[in-house]
Design a protein around this ligand. Structure first.
Ligand code: FAD
Length: 483
């Protein structure tokens, strides 16, 4: 993603970008669910979206469904895009909450077309249709990350990026200022450069191995530190959302691709053995496993500095919060966007670096709080979930929840990754109560508020009825070649 983007936006650099990677080490081998900005990434690079879908065995994603998360037997969806519409300047969730208190509002997801369509395994892209929810359909992709990386590599190489297959053995720092001077490959080749982008995954070979930038550990809030993942054969209709199911210690994902289903179990090694987690995963997947399960270890957190001296860490090298809201690939996209925004010259001005790092910290912390909210606001019992419910929250999240609990309001900085609707969907989905609804809703009478709700629900349901099934949409537009 980084090589493809830099070669796209800085044509002058093209001949000077080198991508060094090792097939022997390989990539992490997981990471299949994305969030809507990925579509912007694909378009910005000038790719044909259907071509990407076809070549990466991708499917469309309208949101994330949380099963048994609030409590066993309960299910809600965090859909992408808007939920409802404001009426006479009153935010949708304000008058929805007013009628919820009155006992006449339906669950929030019934006012979202992506959520209703996801429940029916339907999909289509937005179309021009004034004042219709069909106009605002918002979506992301589930994709085979290995195929996507290959797709991007071909693109980058066609724009003059040189790819070198080889392992980095040593990193040499400049004695005077500690900047990276060069890396040495196992072949003995020495590669010097002005700027190094560390995409070496959890290893953080340059940013940590050489520059020792330090890591902020968030395990106290996000206690899962292991995952086991396996792909399996697909059965049943092609769903158009990621499904996550809460388990006794952690949770399980299900990501539908065209050629298989990706499954994984994320858990805490404090409370669950790897073998037990693997057994639970293998006993709950819908089809024959396609390979041996892959076991992964991680520590939730972020690098203290994503950019240090002449090294910018992107991807897992910069940090990782678990995949519950599919943020991994998005952080790569954000890192690239910020690097393009603050792209240095050989002087590496500290003001650019500091601003880049502040924005990265803000991004990671915002997503961290969003995930912690999922864990801490649950009625589930058992040691793992009790710990999550009782843990002390970061002040930033505590403040947000207090504001929400007073009048159901979500206040959000423009630069945050997750939207007001996303927060509302999670907090409503997890049955978080408010002391009262936002008094601005009283500018609508009960009848007016109810009429607005009924109208939206009807429109959503009618639009969903006109949508094709996800399976048909893909078959018609972007099916991957069989085999
Ligand atoms: C359990 C789990 C589930 C996830 N699920 C999702 C998801 O659903 N959605 C999502 O967006 N993200 C997800 N992620 C995150 C996602 O997998 C990563 O963000 C994404 O794959 C990018 O990884 P990366 O390129 O940073 O690292 P990696 O994939 O680990 O790549 C590292 C690269 O560095 C190279 N390398 C390493 N050391 C050397 C060396 N010495 N010499 C030469 N080359 C070297 C490797 O060959 C490889 O090419 C998940 C992560 C985990 C752990």
């Amino acid at each position: 993603m980084a090589a493809a983007s830099l070669s796209q936006f800085f044509p002058r650099l093209r001949g000077g970008i080198r991508l060094i990677e090792s097939a022997e080490i390989g990539t992490i081998g997981v990471g299949e669910a994305t969030i809507p900005p990925i579509i912007e990434f694909i378009r910005t690079l000038g790719f044909d979206e259907d071509d990407v879908v076809r070549k990466t065995q991708a499917t469309f994603k309208l949101g994330i469904g949380f099963d048994d998360w609030t409590r066993p037997g309960h299910s809600y969806i965090h859909p992408f895009g808007p939920i409802g519409v404001p009426r006479r300047g009153v935010p949708f969730t304000a008058y929805w909450r007013k009628r919820l208190e009155g006992g006449t509002a339906a669950p929030l997801e019934q006012y979202s077309l992506p959520a209703v369509a996801a429940r029916q395994a339907k999909f289509m892209r937005p179309v021009r249709a004034a004042n219709s929810p069909l106009e605002t359909i918002t979506y992301a992709l589930h994709l085979d990350a290995g195929l996507f990386a290959a797709y991007l590599r071909t693109h980058a190489e066609s724009r003059g990026v040189t790819r070198t297959e080889g392992k980095v053995r040593d990193v040499t720092l400049r004695p005077d200022d500690g900047f990276i001077d060069s890396i040495t490959l196992e072949s003995g080749e020495r590669v010097a450069a002005d700027l190094f982008i560390d995409c070496t995954g959890f290893r953080g070979l340059l940013i940590e191995g050489a520059l020792q930038t330090g890591y902020e550990d968030w395990t106290r809030w996000l206690p899962c530190d292991r995952a086991v993942a396996v792909g399996c054969e697909r059965s049943g209709p092609l769903s158009s959302y990621t499904r996550v199911t809460a388990r006794e210690v952690g949770w399980q994902w299900r990501i539908p691709l065209q050629h298989r289903v990706g499954n994984g179990y994320v858990y805490s090694s404090q409370l669950m053995r790897d073998e037990a987690a693997q057994d639970i995963l293998l006993s709950s997947i819908e089809g024959r496993p396609l390979r041996d399960p892959l076991r992964l270890k991680f520590t939730a957190g972020r690098r203290r500095l994503s950019w240090h001296k002449n090294c910018v860490a992107i991807g897992l090298a910069a940090g990782f919060i678990e995949p519950l809201e599919s943020t991994g690939i998005h952080f790569i996209q954000r890192g690239i966007f910020l690097l393009l925004t603050f792209f240095p010259d050989r002087n590496f001005r500290q003001a650019d670096i500091d601003r880049y790092n502040r924005q990265c910290a803000f991004d990671y912390e915002g997503a961290r709080d969003f995930l912690i909210a999922h864990y801490s606001l649950t009625e589930r019992t058992g040691e793992f979930w009790r710990h999550c419910r009782e843990m002390e929250l970061p002040d930033s999240l505590q403040e947000r929840l207090e504001l929400f609990r007073s009048h159901g309001r979500i206040l959000r900085d423009d630069r945050e990754i997750f939207t007001v609707q996303g927060w509302q969907a999670i907090l409503a989905g997890q049955d978080v109560r408010c002391a009262g609804y936002d008094p601005i809703a009283d500018s609508l009478s009960n009848e007016q508020a109810q009429d607005a709700l009924d109208e939206i629900r009807r429109a959503v349901s009618q639009c969903a009825a006109t949508m094709p099934s996800h399976q048909d949409f893909i078959a018609r537009n972007c099916a991957a070649p069989v085999g």
